[in-house]
Design a protein around this ligand. Structure first.
Ligand code: HEM
Ligand code: HEM
Length: 187
């Protein structure tokens, strides 16, 4: 299988970066929208895409661990390289924890998880009032719920820094960092 080179990143790296990156941006947007507007009709779709993307996220992280990080395109100040590395770690850990915390919140919280209509975890209706649900363990589902929100906002800050960094490379340094992640061969 093709691996990452300084001049050209592998197709696997580029494709996984953009599919996972854009899906995560979409899920963050939909998640905040549905949470703030209480649009419950979006919940099953959010959960289904969240479970789907989890498998690609795992593939992406395994690929990164096996292949190491792409080499920097040029020479940059140590502090800048360190910041980029910290942001990359926060992004990778954050995107693994988001679907896990979402799944736990819904499954343990009693609301259940459906995958595009297929029931993965059943709802746990309240016997006294079946339209309401009961948590299997409110501590676990509560912590998972908190984590889902806190990690989401941490990811948003990290993605902001990440995009600023990509634009800085492209506009200020005028190097090939962004073009390389778009699949181009650079010198
Ligand atoms: C990469 C994957 C995911 C991302 C980026 C994501 C993102 C988000 C965000 C940003 C929110 C709003 C949080 C807030 O404003 O406090 C949210 C809410 C929610 N997410 Fe996810 N999510 C993902 C995966 C999942 C999965 C796999 C499930 C369940 C199987 C799930 C279930 C939920 C539920 C039920 C809510 C609403 C919580 C509430 O009503 O307060 N999410 N998600
Ligand atoms: C429009 C948005 C985005 C742009 C312009 C962008 C751009 C880039 C660029 C140019 C690199 C290469 C850095 C290098 O060579 O060292 C990169 C790497 C990376 N990006 Fe993004 N990115 C975006 C969104 C995202 C999102 C949303 C995530 C995660 C949720 C993400 C996660 C990563 C990670 C972990 C790396 C390190 C290399 C790797 O694992 O493939 N990116 N990005």
């Amino acid at each position: 299988m093709q691996t990452d080179q300084r001049e050209k990143l592998s197709t696997t790296t580029v494709v996984l970066h953009w599919i996972v990156g854009l899906s995560v941006l979409g899920l963050l947007t939909v998640g905040i929208y549905m949470d703030q507007t209480h649009t419950y009709a979006l919940y099953p779709l959010h959960k289904s895409f969240g479970v789907l993307i989890f498998f690609l996220i795992v593939a992406r992280v395994v690929w990164r661990i096996k292949n190491g990080w792409p080499e920097p395109v040029g020479e940059y100040p140590k502090a800048e390289q360190l910041l980029a590395k910290i942001v990359h770690y926060v992004l990778l850990v954050g995107i693994v924890l988001m679907p896990i915390s979402g799944f736990l919140m819904s499954a343990v919280g009693g609301n259940g998880v459906e995958f595009f209509g297929l029931e993965l975890v059943a709802r746990n209706p309240d016997p006294a009032n079946p339209s309401e649900t009961v948590s299997h363990n409110s501590t676990v589902s509560g912590v998972a719920h908190e984590m889902h929100g806190i990690i989401a906002y941490t990811l948003i800050v990290a993605i902001g820094l990440h995009i600023a960094g990509a634009l800085k490379h492209h506009i200020v340094d005028k190097d090939g960092t962004l073009r390389r992640m778009l699949g181009q061969r650079i010198r």
